[in-house]
Design a protein around this ligand. Structure first.
Ligand code: ATP
Length: 383
């Protein structure tokens, strides 16, 4: 017998937008989050991610478009009639109730008498079985957040919405809770839509990340895909660090584009370039800091053939244990970042040293040079 796959936990947004007067917080957005996936909306403050989440929850009415959960159009349903629950940054636990009763709350409100088994199972899931009779103020921030997750999950929502749920926690606890939430999601298998401004958090937890900027999704993909193949300067800078070097299209050579940067040539696979590449046109050549190797200028002859290479001088070197982070000034670009694993350190690689930077053309990506080269950098986002 053929069974139809369960898609009741799909989230499908079609053309949803939100305007406040003349201001557009979310431009018309089409997005499908498949049932059972861990999806992150990632972006800087004010980019529209919370508004998008609130439209899914029913806490905000879209100015246009529809919200479907599975095959059901819920656009005009109030929040409590939608098969979703939201976990907020402020846990909003009931201070006078113990942990057991906080988790049982949703069931009791629905008139269920025997809640013990379900509550205990839920407390086991979030590893708080021992804490059932404590009050919220007797728990740590991370434990309180897990109570909030248990309280939401006990209602068996099809979709769990998480709005910066780890925002109030210190860094170490945040990292622990990221893994914990990922484990819980895998165990319960329901759709999680998670809003965060922390790129590391989104990449650690989510199967798919939508990077939002100024009310639009800039790019959507798996964390590795977004990191390795950014399509815009915003994504290249917002997820990790990118070196972006202005270059000019010289020729095409089979599947590669040959670019001129200063006196040198750089090779870029056509498939990794999201910009138009007419001869003489400009392209931003991108390369991640950890993909670059450094060779002292005295050993320049040892650099293997076929590598992209630039010359430069070390401006700064910071030893951070696992790696050394160099800042290098090159004739084609100032302040190139290079991260070198501390395996066998070359003692000559100190500030002032002349070096060759080299990397595989396969790690190079190409972006449209008409974009703001600083979009998505920490300075730009903070401004
Ligand atoms: P944050 O991480 O700071 O919460 P965000 O990406 O979640 O940011 P939103 O809360 O979705 O951003 O807000 C998007 C934009 O819409 C912001 O510029 C915000 O000021 C604006 N906005 C949100 N709610 C309203 C409102 N009720 N009236 C007017 N403008 C609003």
């Amino acid at each position: 017998m053929k069974t139809t796959p369960d898609n009741s936990g799909d989230v499908r947004l079609a053309g949803i937008s939100k305007t406040y007067g003349a201001f557009t917080a979310v431009h018309p957005l089409d997005l499908t989050v498949p049932q059972g996936s861990f999806f992150a909306l990632l972006g800087a403050s004010g980019c529209g991610k919370t508004t998008t989440l609130r439209m899914i929850a029913g806490l905000e009415e879209p100015s246009s478009g529809t919200v479907c959960l599975g095959d059901q159009d819920v656009t005009h349903l109030p929040p409590y009639k939608r098969p979703v629950n939201t976990v907020f940054q402020s846990y909003a636990l009931f201070p006078h109730l113990d942990i057991f009763e906080n988790v049982a709350f949703g069931l009791r409100r629905r008139g269920l008498k025997s809640v013990k088994k379900q509550v205990e199972e839920m407390l086991e899931l979030v590893q708080l079985g021992e804490q059932a009779r404590k009050k919220p103020h007797q728990l740590s921030g991370g434990q309180q957040q897990r109570v909030a997750v248990a309280r939401a999950l006990i209602n068996h929502p099809k979709v769990l919405l998480l709005d910066e749920p780890l925002g109030a926690l210190d860094l170490k606890l945040r990292r622990q809770m990221q893994l914990e939430l990922k484990r819980i999601q895998t165990e319960v298998g329901i759709t999680f839509v998670h809003v965060t401004h922390d790129q590391e958090e989104a990449m650690t937890m989510a199967d798919t990340v939508a990077v939002m900027n100024a009310g639009r999704v800039e790019q959507l993909g798996s964390p590795a895909d977004l990191y390795e193949n950014p399509q815009s300067t915003f994504v290249a800078n917002f997820l990790g660090t990118s070196n972006l070097i202005e270059a000019e299209v010289d020729t095409k050579n089979g599947d590669d584009i040959v670019l001129r940067a200063g006196d040198g040539k750089l090779v870029l696979p056509q498939a990794r370039c999201s910009a138009a590449t007419t001869a003489g046109g400009k392209v931003l050549v991108g390369i991640r800091p950890e993909k670059i190797s450094l060779t002292h200028a005295d050993d320049a002859g040892d650099v293997p053939e076929g590598r992209n290479r630039l010359t430069g001088r070390i401006a700064d070197a910071s030893f951070i244990g696992v790696s050394t982070q160099y800042v290098i000034d090159s004739p084609v670009c100032d302040e190139l970042a290079v991260y070198v694993q501390n395996v066998e350190r070359d003692g000559r690689l100190v500030p002032g040293a002349e070096v060759v930077l080299h990397w595989s053309p396969a790690h190079t990506f190409g972006l449209d040079a008409t974009q703001d080269i600083d979009a998505g950098t920490e300075e730009e986002v903070a401004a």
